[in-house]
Write a protein that binds this ligand. Structure first.
Ligand code: NAP
Ligand code: ZN
Length: 346
């Protein structure tokens, strides 16, 4: 075991504080990673605050991890000391169920092992990337391509793949009209990715405050959802809507914006329900769906796609001492567009 510095929540309300945690000795398939950057995802905040249920405090969040391999187990073949690597929202899965075999480990029928707050295979609780080091089995370690800096790559491990996967699954591309709801961490990646895939992209944001940024990131159109006209002007116009909003919104109003056979895919995970009227779906053969991160193979594909297209997150790098302030700014929708913690400050 090795003792490393980390930041942990000790309760739902106390904020994050410096601490130390133990990382396991390397097994034959394990990789020791020196974390360089850890992104702050809204899911970290939901989890710490107990939005999704009680947590096993103390809890070290962080599932957007980028760093360098410093040691490998005796049987590791996929990664070597010095490699630039990333770890996302899961660190293991059963590997045997139909979904794992299909490369959709996030939907493991036995439950994937989340990067933090989950009982690991050895019975300990997983602890995430707000830490100087992590130990992860090689299959769940991604290669960060040359040309992607580690700081802008870190958020791709969750915000990137969570938007890439539904865009691919629902066929975003030339001739498709795609709307991204919410221009935060996920949303700003969704806009860049959908644009790079060739879709016509619209941002639906609470206000026009970030319009210039949205257009610069690749959106063709930008509308404020606080303006009632938005919902009448855009009725029936989108093939795909990806909702990244962290709070409950009026899903029925957004379903009206879908064209025939359109799909509204929810990736936002608010604590509150998202009630849907049957007629919102019946009228126009519309679908309301959800999507969770992406499998390991697809995550690697997304990283390679970002490198090829010169995409990365727009980030604000902060020291660990500013995590609690950053959390508040994310809650206030005052993030442009991802906070990334410099791991040298843990
Ligand atoms: P974020 O950076 O806080 O972005 C969310 C955006 O939603 C905000 O920037 C804001 O955009 C909009 N928003 C916030 N409150 C709103 C409200 N009350 N009404 C309307 N719009 C509002 O969060 P994130 O890190 O992108 O995460 C977004 C959500 O996705 C979270 O719930 C997170 O847990 C979830 N998530 C899910 C997965 C998955 O696998 N499905 C993975 C990661 C995260 P505007 O200011 O532009 O309106
Ligand atoms: Zn996340």
């Amino acid at each position: 075991m090795v003792t490393v510095n980390a930041y942990a929540a000790r309760s739902a309300t106390g904020g994050l504080v410096p601490t130390t945690i133990e990382r396991r000795d390397l097994g034959p398939y394990d990789v020791l990673i020196e974390v360089k950057y850890a992104g702050i995802c809204h899911s970290d905040i939901h989890t710490v605050r107990g939005d999704w249920g009680p947590q096993p405090y103390p809890l070290v969040p962080g599932h957007e991890i980028a760093g360098i391999v410093t040691e490998v187990g005796s049987a590791v073949t996929a990664h070597a000391v010095g490699d630039r690597v990333g770890v996302g929202c899961m660190v293991n899965s059963c590997g045997e169920c139909a979904n794992c075999r299909a490369g959709e480990e996030q939907y493991c029928l036995a439950g994937n092992t989340g990067t933090y707050g989950i009982v690991d295979r050895d019975g300990t609780i997983t602890q995430g990337g707000y830490s100087t080091h992590v130990v992860v089995t090689e299959k769940f370690v991604l290669r960060i391509p040359d040309g992607l800096d580690l700081d802008v790559a870190a958020p791709l491990l969750c915000a990137g793949i969570t938007t890439y996967s539904p865009l691919r699954h629902w066929g975003a591309g030339p001739g498709k009209k795609v709307a991204i709801v919410g221009l935060g961490g996920l949303g700003h990646m969704g806009v860049q990715l959908a644009h790079a895939m060739g879709a016509e992209v619209t941002v639906l944001s609470q206000s026009l405050k970030k319009q210039e940024d949205g257009l610069r990131l690749g959106a063709d159109h930008y509308h404020a959802t606080s303006d009632e006209d938005t919902f009448t002007d855009l009725a029936g116009s989108f093939d795909l809507i990806v909702n990244t909003v962290s709070a409950s919104i009026d899903i029925n109003a957004y379903l009206q914006l879908l064209a025939l056979d359109g799909a509204l895919v929810n990736v936002g995970a608010p604590a509150q329900p998202l009630p849907v009227q049957a007629f919102s779906l019946i009228m126009g053969r519309r679908s309301f769906a959800g999507s969770m991160i992406g499998g390991i193979r697809e995550t690697q594909e997304m990283l390679d796609f970002c490198a090829e297209h010169g995409l990365g997150a727009e980030i604000e790098v902060i020291p660990a001492s500013e995590i609690n302030d950053a959390y508040q700014r994310v809650l206030d929708s005052d993030v442009r567009y991802r906070f990334v913690i410099d791991a040298a400050t843990f």
